[in-house]
Design a protein around this ligand. Structure first.
Ligand code: 5RP
Length: 231
């Protein structure tokens, strides 16, 4: 319980620091998850106090939360290029690579991230890693014929597991399945990403390589900010 409280307080610190990067008039991409929740709350508070922003959501759950906070939402094709995108991650290394998709929103998150001018990740300190792979790597796959993809991963010794929710396959917002790969260690994220994406039936992987520009990690009562370049 104490560990959970610490994580939540670090998530909140990181999220509120990220919101400081948001300026009046910006289009803001908003990721998904329990860390982003705190960013949405803070943005909502600022919007109530007059901040003028539009936001692009990455999931149905974020759309609901942001809408309830009175944040104006526009769709990505109207926004084209959000100025800034704030998202969480499941693991991040110091080379700005990470694993996302624990919350199942990796596809829309990656599309919004790649469309955005700057990407900020917000983390609690348990998610900083030397090497990616302890967290199971989510891979979004088309339901049709997914067992073929599952078997390919088995043969590759990637230890795939179909994600289940309420006794049924978990469905993403696009109606796809997720296979979580229990890799333990990823030697070269770039090579792995390319290899997986060549398999027919795979929609996207949770490997986010060199997409984040700034990583904000809550560490006890403060934050560490890792910047790829000045923001
Ligand atoms: C959802 C994600 C989330 O950003 C990631 O799972 C982290 O979530 P949380 O902030 O709840 O720990 O990638 O697809």
């Amino acid at each position: 319980m104490e560990e959970k409280n610490k994580q939540n307080s670090e998530k909140k610190l990181a999220a509120e620091k990220a919101v400081e990067f948001v300026k009046d008039g910006m289009i803001v991409g908003i990721g998904t998850g329990s860390t982003v929740f705190y960013a949405i709350k803070k943005l909502g508070e600022l919007v109530q106090n007059g901040l003028n922003i539009s936001a692009v959501s990455t999931s149905d759950s974020t759309t609901k939360l942001a809408g309830a906070e009175g944040i104006r939402l526009i769709n990505l094709d109207k926004a084209v290029r959000p100025d800034i995108n704030i998202d969480g991650a499941d693991e991040a290394d110091r080379n700005f690579n990470g694993i996302k998709g624990g919350g199942g929103a990796l596809l829309f998150e990656k599309i919004v991230a790649l469309s955005s001018v700057k990407n900020i990740w917000i983390l609690d300190s348990s998610k900083n890693v030397e090497q990616l792979g302890k967290f199971p790597l989510p891979v979004e796959v088309i339901p049709f014929g997914y067992k073929r993809v599952l078997n390919i991963f088995k043969e590759m010794k990637y230890y795939p597991e179909l994600r289940i929710k309420n006794n049924n396959p978990y469905l993403t917002d696009s109606g796809n399945y997720i296979l979580d790969l229990h890799l333990e260690k990823i030697e070269d994220a770039g090579i792995l990403d390319k290899e997986i994406k060549l398999i027919t039936g795979v929609v996207e992987t949770g490997l986010f390589i060199n997409i984040a520009d700034v990583i904000i990690t809550g560490k006890n009562n403060s934050v560490e900010i890792l910047r790829k370049e000045k923001l």
